[in-house]
Write a protein that binds this ligand. Structure first.
Ligand code: COS
Length: 377
């Protein structure tokens, strides 16, 4: 399919130039060895920083650029996409709402000199963010935090976290706040490392009597829920973009496979049934890309909210990529499930994207509510 999508009207010349330059960088630097994921991620953050790519991960967030970078990195190496994405999501609240002092951390994460984490999820609050139980009490000179966070990406290797806690201005969603917390803070412990089917640094964190200065509060007290949702509005489209990168790679691998593999004296690609599957894969990919870049473009044009567009992009792109990759595995036969083959790796890597940053059913809730607002349209 080539790169004809770059000619779509969603992109400017700078996006096309960036895609070409990043493709060359990826060909020279990726994939990396995933044997030790902590070392691999530290190395990737340093390399992406040295290459200048992390400059795009924070500060002014151009969503089309974030998406193009994620889909390109994901096509070459899922861990490189992860390393880039977490610098962005981790510092997203600071990019959008941070004070001048908090933005000093952005300089470090954008240079690849510090690693960021986004600490929202808790053992009892995954899809239901309003159930956040970690507390932050006002004390002399700042805030006292206690609680537990889990499924925290970069947990264990991050230098800084944005953490969400209940400050209690009101019950539920209206009583949360966001804080910037250095990882070497006294009282913060990594209590468990979590192993998953596509390994990356992931951990459960405990906060016991963590004291943060007043200046650690991001935005206003009580607005943490909206702040988290605003960050997710930006980054959900980019999760779709990562899924798109995985799906494009799966199609590329499959095109090579069906043209090389022979059955009954002819290439697999000659079978009409196989051609039908290839057509469906290409269709899923283009439909996903259109939804992703529609959402990204809309935000970059200055839309205040792209909640529905981002939810549609993430939902469709991650589910479609799962279908595309499943078919890629099928068309690879035994090779498709051989440990270490590209499509086997993609099959493991895609799965979590339908769960994190808002599971597929949460995106459905978001879309439906946007069409049927409670209390009338
Ligand atoms: N941007 C700005 N404000 C938003 C918003 C958004 N995208 N979404 C909701 N809000 C506001 C609402 O307008 C509402 O404001 P008011 O109280 O002033 O009316 C407030 O936030 C609460 O919203 P709502 O009532 O919709 O909250 P719910 O508790 O029902 O939760 C869902 C909504 C389920 C959509 C939310 O909890 C969610 O996205 N969950 C998934 C979380 C997630 O992605 N976790 C992964 C973490 S990173 S791996």
């Amino acid at each position: 399919m080539g790169k004809s999508f770059l000619d779509w009207p969603f992109f400017d010349a700078r996006h096309r130039d960036l895609a070409v330059a990043l493709e060359a960088w990826c060909s020279a630097h990726l994939p990396v060895d995933h044997g030790d994921v902590d070392a691999a991620c530290r190395g990737l953050v340093a390399d992406l920083g040295a290459g200048g790519w992390l400059q795009h991960s924070g500060g002014v967030l151009d969503v089309r650029t974030l998406c193009l970078i994620r889909e390109t990195l994901a096509r070459h190496d899922g861990l490189a996409d992860f390393a880039f994405a977490m610098q962005g999501l981790g510092m997203g609240a600071v990019s959008l709402f941070g004070s001048a002092e908090q933005r000093e951390w952005l300089e470090r994460t954008r240079a690849g000199a510090a690693i960021a984490g986004f600490a929202l999820t808790e053992p009892g609050a995954g899809s239901d963010v309003a159930a956040t139980a970690t507390t932050a009490e006002r004390v002399q000179g700042g805030w006292l935090l206690n609680g537990e966070k889990t499924w925290i990406s970069n947990g264990g290797i991050a230098d800084v976290y944005v953490i969400f806690a209940r400050t209690g201005e009101a019950p539920g969603a209206r009583g949360l706040s966001a804080f910037l917390m250095p990882a070497d803070q006294a009282g913060l412990q990594v209590v468990e490392r979590l192993e998953v089917i596509a390994p990356h640094p992931l951990a459960r964190l405990r906060l016991e009597g963590v004291v943060l200065p007043g200046g650690a509060l991001i935005g206003r007290a009580g607005e943490g829920f909206k702040l988290a949702m605003a960050v997710l509005d930006v980054f959900r489209s980019t999760v779709g973009a990562a899924a798109l990168g995985f799906a494009r790679r799966a199609l590329d691998e499959t095109l090579a496979r069906v043209q090389a593999r022979r059955i009954q004296g002819q290439p697999l690609a000659e079978l009409q049934m196989v051609q039908g599957h290839i057509a469906d894969m290409a269709l899923e990919i283009d439909a996903a890309a259109l939804l992703i870049y529609r959402a990204a473009w809309t935000k970059d044009q200055g839309a205040a909210r792209i909640t529905r567009e981002a939810a549609m992009a993430k939902l469709f792109a991650t589910e479609a990529a799962q279908r595309v990759i499943d078919m890629a595995v099928q068309l690879h036969g035994g090779e498709g499930v051989r440990h270490g083959s590209v499509v086997e790796r993609l099959y493991r890597e895609i799965r979590a994207l339908r769960i994190y940053e808002g599971a597929s059913d949460v995106q459905r809730v978001v879309i439906a509510r946007s069409l049927m607002p409670r209390g009338g349209a």
